[in-house]
Design a protein around this ligand. Structure first.
Ligand code: RFL
Length: 406
């Protein structure tokens, strides 16, 4: 769309323009906004949701060491340092028994930091606003135009319904997989997509963790997972048939199914409690190539969607936001565009490695649909993979490196 095709949109260059327009106030957009702000780059964040809804979205919780370092070196780690908890052990449960991997010891001695994504987003928002950052809640970007030219524009539907045109030097689409960034790509942009054919019922329970490890249980009835979020909140996952409605199972049914699949009768009961959030997540992955189109950059889930099987999505979002943030500073403050030119290539290398590990985790934990294939053969392979992880020191080191790596 061009400016002339949206005649109602008005541009007030005084207040509506910025060197960088950031679409989306998730981890990607807010890390980027904070980095730009701290280097004096003029930017504005546009977020279609209200502030409380952005701060209330419970999603990720496991941050890899690199993410913590990014937050630390950009002065964004106050909350994590105070309330984040280190976590370094996972437990696999199978028909053959259970085994534990101390991935902190096996890897480079670095653990995950458990810190709920919505707390991180709230910290990042506070920091951005305290620093004088500009953000518009309830402002939905509906189109990016002129991305090939020197002054791209974002057409925004403001909270009061008023369309406004915001001019920029660069646009950073940090607006997830359904955002305007992806919708504004030129026809030649490639989207590599994979639907893994597996769905999870994601549950957030007001219940303390039931084991002192991330729990992965491989069961004939389907995968079940256990991940601590805090001393009182635990995330559980139950593999379900694609198309299952989030409210299809009662709380009692959920706890019964979790106990069965986690083999609670053999390894200890689960501490139950009210289930406060549920959502069905279809395990899908995709990657956009390249991540830059003229003055438009894709960041976070907008750049690549990754299944939550290896807990990499928020971590990739933070990594990419830092790379882009410093590249924009180089260009806009120091007049050096070289890092911007390398943004796509650098990030795609990380993204594809994370995708590969995430896919490996899916194949480790699930029976994948394969019409016409030999399901027993696939099941035996899966158990061989688990046995290698249980018995082989080099397999364990490889796992640990990838599990906390990015
Ligand atoms: P977000 O967080 O989706 O933020 C995008 C923001 O953009 C806004 N927006 C728009 N604003 C203006 N105009 C428009 N047209 C807009 N369109 C969208 C949205 O309102 C929103 O505020 O993307 P970002 O910043 O790229 O961050 C990505 C992460 O949120 C995501 O990758 C992770 O949550 C994935 N993920 C996990 N990642 C991890 O690293 N570790 C984990 O343990 C982990 N667990 C998970 C997860 C994702 C899950 N779900 C819901 C798929 C667990 C689950 C259940």
């Amino acid at each position: 769309m061009t400016e002339s095709e949206s005649p109602e949109a008005v541009c007030d260059p005084g207040s509506d323009s910025a060197d960088v327009v950031i679409v989306g106030a998730g981890p990607a957009g807010l890390v980027l906004g904070n980095i730009l702000l701290s280097h004096g780059v003029d930017c504005v964040v546009l977020e279609r949701a209200a502030r409380d809804s952005v701060e209330g979205r419970a999603r990720a919780g496991f941050l890899v060491p690199h993410t913590v370092r990014v937050l630390e070196r950009n002065g964004l780690d106050t909350g994590i340092r105070r309330r984040g908890r280190e976590h370094g052990v996972c437990e696999f449960r199978t028909e053959d028994g259970r085994f534990r991997l101390d991935y902190r010891l096996l890897g480079r001695g670095e653990p995950h930091t458990v810190y709920p994504q919505h707390d991180l987003v709230a910290d990042l928002l506070d920091r951005y606003l305290d620093g004088g950052g500009r953000i518009r809640f309830g402002a939905e970007a509906v189109a990016v135009s002129d991305a090939d030219g020197p002054t791209p524009a974002v057409t925004v539907r403001e909270a009061d319904g008023r369309p406004v045109l915001r001019r920029a030097r660069y646009v950073a689409a940090c607006d997830g997989r359904h955002g305007v960034g992806r919708r504004s790509l030129p026809p030649g942009a490639a989207r590599h997509h994979r639907d893994h054919g597996v769905s999870w019922l994601g549950l957030l329970a007001e219940a303390p963790p039931s084991l002192d490890a991330v729990g992965y249980s491989v069961h004939p009835r389907g995968f079940a997972g256990h991940m601590a979020r805090s001393a009182d909140i635990t995330r559980y996952y139950l593999q379900c048939a694609p198309g299952t409605r989030a409210d299809a199972w009662s709380d009692d049914h959920v706890w019964g199914e979790l106990a069965l699949r986690m083999r609670a009768s053999a390894y200890g009961p689960l501490v139950s409690g009210p289930i406060v959030r549920r959502a069905v997540v279809d395990l899908e992955s995709d990657v956009i190539e390249p991540l830059r189109h003229g003055s438009l950059f894709l960041v976070g889930d907008a750049a690549a969607l990754i299944s939550p099987s290896a807990a990499k999505g928020a971590n990739l979002a933070v990594l990419e936001a830092e790379i882009l943030g410093h590249a924009l500073v180089d260009d806009l403050v120091h007049g050096d565009p070289r890092a911007l030119d390398r943004y796509s290539e650098r990030c795609l290398a990380h993204i594809w490695r994370a995708q590969e590990f995430s896919r490996w985790m899916i194949r480790l934990l699930h029976e994948l649909p394969d019409p016409g294939g030999d399901s027993l053969f696939r099941e035996r392979l899966r158990y061989a993979r688990l046995a290698a992880l249980r018995d082989s020191a080099s397999a364990q080191h490889w796992f640990a490196e990838n599990y906390v790596g990015i």
